[in-house]
Design a protein around this ligand. Structure first.
Ligand code: SAH
Length: 239
């Protein structure tokens, strides 16, 4: 069944222009067919009662649970090409709550902290579309670019720093999560194509991060982000 994020007012769904076009002209929905609408307070089963104008009426609230037990933030050094989009798309499917692209010493792309460029707007669009596709209740936030030094300063219950120098040895993510519980917020930080500088790793340590290994091989940054998110997601769903 099709699923859209929209407001519900007076028991009727108010779709964006884009989604209304999608439902009518791409999906070619017919009168009396059902759709799912995700509003601020949860998902609703609805029925199309007219196409022109488009009227979608609420039938019942849907009880579901699709979000992770732990708010999960993935922070990564802004990457070249479409790799950022890929992290947002796959991370959304895995339950990531917040995406935080940052600028560190070896970040290749030139961008300013706080800048809201087309690349960022595209990532937000992908987060919305991907949430609809995988039926999430909430669209993850894609935060504006920040400086690495600000990101590591933030407070979370669990702070993990994926450090390539630990490849093949060092603490794994499941080991680092032992003893933690549902509800605790988790941050995972991933470095740029060229890796972190030793000073960046040191200041992460001093800011309360556990330095973790992602296994025996050096992963590309986008793979590292998605693999790390997968391990945390799997752990969180067991809590
Ligand atoms: N160019 C670097 C690798 C950078 S990989 C080198 O050759 O050493 C990009 C990022 O992915 C790293 O900064 C780290 O955060 C993460 N990463 C990749 N493989 C990893 C591993 N095996 N363990 C921990 N982190 C890893």
């Amino acid at each position: 069944m099709q699923r859209y994020f929209a407001d519900i007012e007076d028991h009727r769904a108010i779709l964006s222009k884009e989604d209304a076009h999608h439902l009518r002209d791409v999906v070619r929905i017919r009168v009396s067919e059902e759709v799912e609408i995700v509003a601020q307070d949860g998902a609703y089963l609805c029925r199309v009662s007219s196409l022109n104008p488009l009227v979608i009426e609420e039938i019942a609230k849907i009880a579901e649970k699709r979000e992770l037990e732990n708010p999960l933030t993935i922070a990564w050094s802004l990457l070249k090409g479409e790799n950022n989009d890929w992290i947002v798309m796959k991370g959304t499917e895995l339950g990531v709550t917040t995406f935080l692209p940052f600028l560190s010493k070896r970040t290749i792309l030139k961008a300013q902290a706080g800048e809201e460029d087309n690349r960022l707007l595209r990532m937000r669009k992908i987060a919305k579309e991907s949430s609809q596709q995988c039926r999430r209740e909430k669209i993850p936030e894609v935060a504006a670019y920040r400086k690495y030094t600000d990101v590591i300063d933030d407070s979370y219950d669990v702070k993990l720093f994926a450090y390539e120098e630990l490849t093949g040895h060092g603490l794994s993510i499941p080991e680092a999560l032992k003893g933690h519980k549902a509800g605790e917020s988790i941050l995972l930080v991933i470095g740029p194509e060229g890796g972190f500088t030793p000073e960046e790793a040191e200041s992460a340590k001093q800011n309360g991060f556990a330095l973790v290994s992602l296994g025996r091989r050096i992963l590309r940054a986008e793979t590292a982000a998605v693999y790390g998110a997968s391990l945390i997601s799997a752990w969180s769903e067991e809590q």
